[in-house]
Write a protein that binds this ligand. Structure first.
Ligand code: KG4
Ligand code: ZN
Length: 339
């Protein structure tokens, strides 16, 4: 079989990204233009600003991907594009661009679910990884525990009932005046703090199911900060970060390992921006080792938003014969088990 070259576009949040892969798992170009510096001053992503920046960046990012891969449009076999979930205005920029490319070049268009993209990042890094396995997808917008039965076949075992885990990191960081995005900052400070200093709640940890809840934890951190302020007591930011992170990590690791054991699988993968968290990685590694489970996660650049993961997911959809037409729409709340 001849090689399949995929060009993928991702614009669901604040990264304008384009990647080119060979046979889904070999990355020839992975260009990411991040808008973090622009949104930082607002303390979070401003949707309207994100859409405008995507429009300004997308041509440059696509051209840079082609240059990096040493290719022209005539080398591309199909286009893959994120069409949800995400910010609708931001998604529409990438989607419209992808449709125009596919139409002009006369090649197939394949829509990709962003969450499916995140979990597919592991296929790029771990060449021998094959379904079935359990995956924990933890990002700014999502916290999902999913049974990957086959390529493109998913069952959601659990998800967050309220805030996503990354969102909790971002909100706690904001409340402490530490900056955006909060995850990497909290992670760094947590390394110097005492995780047992403050006893924050671990919601749902003893429930039978696999759902998560982080809004109570977030409120508990905010209450702690307020009460210390009222009492004129200085907080130790490192201890707050370490104690908060420990609460998030305890719940995530506990549920993921439980799901893997209950379902009889041997492999757990992590993905999404929060999969960069050093506490999560090391606690998962420890517990997986003890339970004789195999743990896999992508390198940092493939944890946060990128288009290589979309190309990989798009490639498997393409192989399965999935094609989308020019009326493919952006779906802000697209579910992974609807793919
Ligand atoms: O996957 P991603 O780039 O975007 C979404 O699809 O949401 O994830 C971004 C999220 C942000 O909430 C950010 O704070 C979090 O990932 N994040 C981290 C770390 N690095 C990024 N959270 C905890 N620890 C980190 N090291
Ligand atoms: Zn994402």
């Amino acid at each position: 079989m001849s090689d399949i070259i995929t060009l993928a576009i991702e614009s669901s949040c604040d990264e304008t990204a384009c990647a080119i892969t060979r046979n889904g798992r070999e990355v020839l170009a992975n260009i990411i233009s991040t808008q973090i510096e622009i949104h930082k001053k607002f303390g979070g992503v401003v949707p309207e600003v994100a859409s405008r920046k995507h429009i300004e960046n997308i041509d440059l990012v696509v051209q840079e991907a082609l240059d990096t891969a040493g290719m022209t449009f005539s080398d591309i076999d199909h286009i893959a594009v994120t069409h949800g979930p995400g910010l609708v205005g931001a998604l529409l920029v990438g989607l419209s661009y992808a449709k125009a490319l596919a139409f002009t070049l006369g090649i197939p268009l394949v829509g990709v679910n962003h969450i499916e993209g995140h979990l597919s990042a592991n296929y790029i890094e771990h060449k021998d990884l094959k379904p079935p396995f359990i995956t924990l997808i933890v990002s700014g917008g999502h916290t999902h525990l999913v049974e990957v039965k086959d390529y493109g076949s998913y069952e959601i075992l659990g998800k967050t009932k309220d805030d996503a885990s990354g969102e909790a990191f971002d909100k706690v960081s904001r409340a402490m005046g530490l900056g955006y995005p909060g995850g990497p900052i909290v992670d760094r400070l947590a390394k110097q703090g005492n995780p047992g200093a403050i006893d924050f709640p671990r919601a749902c940890i003893h429930d039978d199911g696999y759902d998560f809840s982080f809004s109570g934890l977030k409120s508990s951190v905010l209450n702690y900060l307020n009460s210390m302020k009222m009492k004129n007591i200085d907080i130790v930011p490192e201890d707050v970060c370490a104690s908060f992170q420990a609460a998030v990590v305890d719940v995530l690791t506990n549920k993921a390992i439980k799901a893997c054991m209950d379902k009889g699988y041997k492999t757990i993968t992590l993905s999404g921006g929060v999969a960069s968290n050093s506490g999560l990685r090391s606690q998962m590694a420890d517990l997986c080792h003890k339970a004789c489970l195999d743990l896999k996660y992508p390198p940092l650049v493939l944890c946060t938003d990128n288009a290589a993961m979309i190309a990989c997911a798009g490639y498997y959809r393409y192989l399965a014969g999935k094609r989308d037409s020019m009326d493919l729409n952006a779906v802000p709340n697209l579910k992974i088990d609807q793919v």
